[in-house]
Design a protein around this ligand. Structure first.
Ligand SMILES: O=C(O)CCC(=O)C(=O)O
Ligand SMILES: [Fe+2]
Length: 325
């Protein structure tokens, strides 16, 4: 099928409907498209993903309601060691991947929801004054996690691996849902809603945003706007899959602004393998001409290094100075 994925200056669209319906040949055809996209662009839109559109809207509304709370109520939930809770405005810097010299803090604030696997040991803290926030965000977490798990066979086949290769390595993942608020601001030099970065994830699922602002950097080095395609998700390869594929699947730099005269919210879901999963070059991703580029590392160790580089409170714990804000 001719796909606009043959171009590398736009973000291609994949329809997951046939594959998820189990149509004969659809898994292989979708995997072939995904393979090409991941090697050339690293970003795609997905349609017919199965996540209810109303739930996507409810979650955007939950993000807006959370960020409208008084600051002291949000600060009472300040980010903890498990990366759960409230990340105050301008307290993260995109440093981890050495992409550029941006040292100014990101012009956003966020709330992180972690998986609740064991009702006897709740890990998330919730705002008392928003009774439905917990239920909506956990329902959304479950829906996007299920979508990521359903997509794993497509990623596996895209890499010529057995369809069930990734499933057991990702079934108790410490994925994370981020609810970000970008207020409308005038950006000065080197200021961003979120500065150029790559994601640390296996893949990121970003529900289509009604307020534009996401840009991705093409392989040619040009920044292009992500279009608004209603009811889709934007999916991108993160650093974990980039390392696992020995660099074959691109972890593409991206950034976001809010240049509209109203608040912008984003609800990315960062999907990770299980913490003990060892990331070392997958079968078929190395040969004599392509020796392993990255030292083997567990997902847990990799994430600890990533977080220490990007979030003030992890650095301050180690006695380093917070960035100027
Ligand atoms: O706001 C967006 O559209 C993208 C956010 C993003 O890239 C991130 O949170 O990692
Ligand atoms: Fe990102």
């Amino acid at each position: 099928m001719p796909l606009d994925s043959d171009r590398t200056d736009s973000i291609p669209v994949i329809d997951l409907g046939p594959c998820f319906a189990g149509e004969p040949g659809a898994l292989e055809a979708t995997a072939a498209d995904l393979h090409r996209i991941c090697e050339t662009v690293g970003f795609l839109f997905i349609r017919n993903h199965g996540v209810p559109v109303d739930l996507m809207r409810e979650t955007f509304a939950a993000a807006a309601a959370f960020h409208a709370l008084p600051l002291e109520e949000k600060m009472a939930l300040k980010l903890d060691d498990r990366m759960q809770g409230y990340l105050p405005y301008k307290s993260s810097v995109a440093r981890a991947n050495g992409l550029n010299a941006v040292r100014k803090p990101n012009e956003n604030e966020a709330f992180f929801v972690n998986p609740e696997r064991d009702p006897a040991h709740p890990v998330n803290r919730w705002p008392d004054s928003l009774p439905s926030f917990r239920e909506v965000t956990l329902r959304y977490y479950a829906a996007v996690e299920a979508l990521a798990l359903r997509m794993l066979p497509i990623y596996a086949r895209a890499l010529d691996l057995p369809a069930d290769y990734f499933g057991p390595l990702c079934d108790r993942s410490l994925s994370s849902l981020r609810l970000t608020h970008y207020p409308p601001v005038e950006y000065g030099a080197d200021e961003f809603g979120i500065a150029p970065h790559t994601d640390s994830s296996f893949i990121t699922l970003l529900a289509q945003n009604p307020v534009p602002g996401l840009q991705i950097r093409t392989q040619a080095g040009e920044w292009i706007d992500a279009p608004v395609l209603p009811d889709t998700f934007v999916v991108n390869t993160g650093d974990v899959l980039n390392r696992w594929t020995n660099g074959r699947f691109l972890s593409t730099p991206h950034r976001a602004f809010n240049k509209e005269p109203k608040p912008r919210y984003a609800i990315p879901f960062f999907f990770h393998p299980n913490p003990e999963t060892l990331i070392e070059a997958l079968p078929g991703c190395t040969d004599a001409a392509n020796p392993p580029k990255f030292p083997p590392q567990t997902v847990g160790d990799y994430m600890a290094a990533f977080r220490g580089a990007n979030y003030d409170h992890f650095r301050q714990k180690k006695g380093e100075a917070a960035p100027a804000s």
